[in-house]
Design a binder for this molecule. Structure first.
Ligand code: COI
Length: 364
């Protein structure tokens, strides 16, 4: 990597074999190593992959006060032929820097992001279970660490990457409520960035909905609350009488990588795809006149999360979730590409050389 090497300090043994993959819960168990890189005085000073450990930062660290944080989420897979693959590494790299720019944080150099993730994934490949539907969730993130309570752009940062074992994020179809009071993002704000604050700010309305028995909310636009935007932490899609509908990304809707991948797959299936604003009236009408409506959230963690109930202005609607729902075709194709069961004609699966089932790259 140009000018800066990633130092490797690895554990003598990984602990994946001590982890109970059947008791999977998202994001509660970190794998054995972490990548940590430090930025100060206008440049990246050091980078190392080292045993996972707790951080020590000053209580004055600016991220703890003013929310200058950005994260990404991507996945690595064990392919059917034994190769390791990382899904859409390039696009996640680009999006990380788009988010960093909006949060006035320095870019992560491409070599640091990509080589760091590749090295870490190779080291942690034992954490990818052979069970169906399992993968490795990779969480790159950056925080402002300058010690100062002054409200200004931090001059120091930590860029880190941690990994956790991954299986199904949602175990069953979701019940969601259309949120028309609270707002996730407004034009000119940070809704398009993967800034931690966007997620923290969503807890309160999501929790109110959960108290009413819903799993998540469908966010609507800040100005009129008449147009759907996202759902929970996912992009939102409908299939209405065979037509795939999804709102356009932009200032208030995250440019989801899964969303983008599924749109391309749907187009290649020959489906009609409409990326345009979708009003609540349109959805309501589709249900009222008996159209077949599928509704689902899409995201790296959730992949395709079907909705079995949508509550809109106190009226419950039931999207179609039968086994032959079209959304499962999208999910199946994406899963097959990621696992290598079907050819990746899109060039989405980045393959480091390591073969998961060989001893190559094993930690010494
Ligand atoms: C992802 O799907 O990677 C996300 O960012 C959602 C996450 C907050 C669990």
């Amino acid at each position: 990597m140009s000018g800066m090497e990633i130092k490797m300090q690895t554990k003598s043994q990984n602990t994946a074999d001590q982890f109970n993959f059947d008791q999977f819960q998202f994001g509660v168990k970190a794998t054995d190593h972490i990548l940590v890189a430090r930025y100060r005085e206008g440049e990246w000073q050091s980078a190392a992959i080292q045993p996972f450990e707790h951080l020590s930062i000053s209580p004055l660290a600016m991220c703890l006060h003013y929310g200058q944080t950005v994260f990404e989420g991507l996945k690595a897979y064990k392919q059917v032929n034994g190769e390791l693959s990382i899904f859409r590494l390039d696009r996640h790299y680009e999006r990380m820097n788009e988010s960093l720019q909006r949060m006035a944080m320095p870019n992560v150099p491409e070599e640091l992001f990509k080589d760091g993730i590749i090295k870490l994934v190779e080291l942690e490949k034992e954490w990818i279970s052979d069970r169906e539907g399992y993968s490795l969730y990779i969480r790159p993130f950056m925080i402002a660490t300058e010690e100062r309570l002054g409200v200004s752009i931090s001059k120091e940062y930590l860029f880190m990457v941690v990994c956790t074992p991954m299986a199904a994020y949602y175990a069953k179809p979701l019940k969601v409520k259309v949120e028309r009071q609270y707002t996730r993002a407004a034009k000119g704000g940070v809704g398009a960035a993967k800034n931690g604050g966007n997620y923290g700010a969503a807890y309160y309305p999501a929790n109110l909905a959960q108290q009413e028995g819903f799993d998540q909310v469908i966010w609507t636009d800040a100005e009129t609350h008449n147009y759907v935007e996202e759902s929970g932490t996912m992009n939102l899609m409908f299939i209405v009488d065979g037509v795939l509908l999804t709102p356009p990304t932009g200032e208030t809707i995250l440019s989801g990588v899964t969303r983008d991948s599924l749109i391309q797959i749907a187009k290649d299936f020959g489906w009609q795809v409409e990326v345009r604003p979708i009003s609540l009236d349109e959805i309501k009408q589709a249900f009222d006149i008996g159209k077949k409506v599928e509704a689902f959230g899409v995201g790296t963690a959730a992949v395709v999360a079907p909705f079995e109930l949508i509550q809109l202005d106190k009226v419950n609607y039931q999207p179609y979730v039968g086994d032959d729902a079209q959304m499962y075709q999208l999910k199946q194709k994406l899963t097959a590409i990621r696992s290598g069961a079907e050819e990746d004609t899109y060039g989405w699966s980045f393959k480091p050389i390591t073969n998961c089932y060989s001893d190559a790259g094993k930690m010494s």
